[in-house]
Design a protein around this ligand. Structure first.
Ligand code: SAH
Length: 238
């Protein structure tokens, strides 16, 4: 089964023109085994077969490496769950300085154990984004903020953009059907000190699924009152 996993990752990476490091086979296989072992306990993911995990988790995450240059960048993954997309990015480009953030304690324990097992050096933080983003340790400290499957883009922008440095970027992973959602988020993005600079549409190798990375550039400081408390964000989205 693991042979299938890595052969799909390898041919997908080739298709995406992404180079994998020499330890990629061992590390992605160990990641997969640990994910499957823990997924029931931690309710980590609905996706489980080797082919699906290879494509819908690993290759989908790796496609982000085509959007901007991640080398030596400080990156935070907001609402990372079982580590997607942040951890596959770090495995493939170890120069990334990675922070994985999630509100669910048991997922963060899973991530800490996983990082130790894989010998990947990443900070695993158990916090709500809207709270962590007000702490000087995190606020406007990241070159790149990434997030997948956490919230609609207007809400997600309020959770994510405060983490981005001036001149940095927030990359939201969305579906190809996100035109309306992206449009709806434009005011929020402007209010938070940013603007959409590109949409990068890609086919996940080995599937007919097209996903979209929405690239949002941070052009001015986020006003101090953002992010608001979660109830407020939900009740009155920007
Ligand atoms: N990004 C992963 C997980 C998506 S599930 C993937 O694509 O597979 C959404 C995750 O976001 C959950 O793990 C949940 O705990 C986390 N989350 C939701 N709201 C959050 C918030 N306000 N701050 C931090 N994490 C949050």
């Amino acid at each position: 089964m693991n042979d299938t996993l890595f052969s799909i990752i390898e041919s997908g990476a080739r298709e995406l023109e992404i180079n994998l490091p020499p330890n990629a086979k061992a590390v992605f296989e160990a990641y997969y085994d640990f994910l499957i072992e823990y997924k029931q306990i931690v309710n980590l993911t609905a996706i489980s077969g080797a082919q699906e995990v290879a494509r819908l988790h690993f290759l989908d995450s790796l496609a982000l490496l085509k959007t901007v240059n991640f080398t030596n960048m400080s990156v935070i993954d907001v609402g990372t769950g079982a580590g997607f997309p942040g951890l596959p990015l770090k495995i493939t480009n170890p120069s990334i300085n990675l922070t994985l953030l999630d509100a669910t304690g048991k997922r963060v324990i899973f991530l800490s154990e996983l990082c130790k097992l894989l010998e990947v050096n990443a900070k695993c933080i158990n916090a709500r984004a809207e709270e962590a983003a007000h702490l000087p340790e995190f606020r406007e400290q990241y070159d790149i903020v990434v997030s997948r499957a956490v919230a609609r883009l207007n809400t997600l922008s309020e959770l994510c953009l405060p983490f981005a440095k001036l001149g940095g970027a927030f990359i939201a992973m969305k579906s190809i059907d996100s035109d309306e959602e992206v449009d709806e988020a434009k005011n929020a993005i402007a209010a938070l000190g940013a603007k959409i600079t590109a949409n990068y549409d890609y086919i996940i190798p080995g599937t007919d699924i097209t996903h979209r990375a929405v690239i949002v550039s941070k052009i001015s400081e986020t006003p101090e009152n953002y992010p608001r408390r979660f109830a407020k964000i939900q009740k009155a989205p920007l």
